[in-house]
Design a protein around this ligand. Sequence first.
Ligand SMILES: C[S@@+](CC[C@H](N)C(=O)[O-])C[C@H]1O[C@@H](n2cnc3c(N)ncnc32)[C@H](O)[C@@H]1O
Length: 248
Amino acid sequence: MDLPRTFTIRERDHRIHNPIDDVKLATLGRAIRLRPGMTLLDLACGSGELLCTWSRDHGVAGTGVDISTVFLAAARSRAAELGVADRVRFTHGDAAGHVSDEPVDVAACVGATWIGGGVPGTIDLLSRSLRPGGMLLVGEPYWLLDPPDHATVEACDAIAAESFRDLPGLIELFGQLGWDLVEMVLADGDSWDRYAAAQWLSVRTWLDANPDDELAEQFRAELRDAPLRHVRYRRRYLGWGVFALMRR
Ligand SMILES: C[S@@+](CC[C@H](N)C(=O)[O-])C[C@H]1O[C@@H](n2cnc3c(N)ncnc32)[C@H](O)[C@@H]1O
């Protein structure tokens, strides 16, 4: 089981595979008041930037689980670079159904709620690894503006307009599921650009180095269309945030 090569070509230089930048990630780590010795589980951890930088900055320990061998290799080398390899561990595997052996203080799934079949299922999955009184972190998109047509829905990687809620709807859902929203850090246009625009340069440099690759034609088309799609649709219509939840 591994992530398709298209993703790792596009995002091979990303440390964070979401529209939250390094400053917002650090803000979130401070906002949730991490303390040395706290334990974290990060399902679909990508390149492990959350665990590595929070371990460096706050002395926390934790485990990340992801299917991408490329991103996990980057995570392990980042942990070594930041001197936290003794505190963070990265495991290759399907995060769907993953429950930690020991209950953790913070259980996170930042931008991959499909692992639980949506927000309610992912909250349920994460809560099975959580100690009583612990905190969940859920990263999820929401509509900034109602999508006016199917082109907008599709360009925002949604199956239907109902795939995402608006921000009040998402916050209502957390309450309906029995969780208090206790902190949040939201993406903005600039942090969307760090995620989306950084892919264009990665694609372009990959194309220059691999002009005859079987994926070259697909990536040439993507490089032509993606910037316009980003500014016309995602940057305008799609919000994204990480929400910190504690059981009511
Ligand atoms: C949008 S990225 C978010 C990564 C990370 N949370 C971050 O913020 O940088 C989604 C991640 O989910 C991983 N993924 C997808 N399906 C998965 C699964 N079933 N189990 C574990 N990881 C999965 C991908 O490899 C990718 O790293």
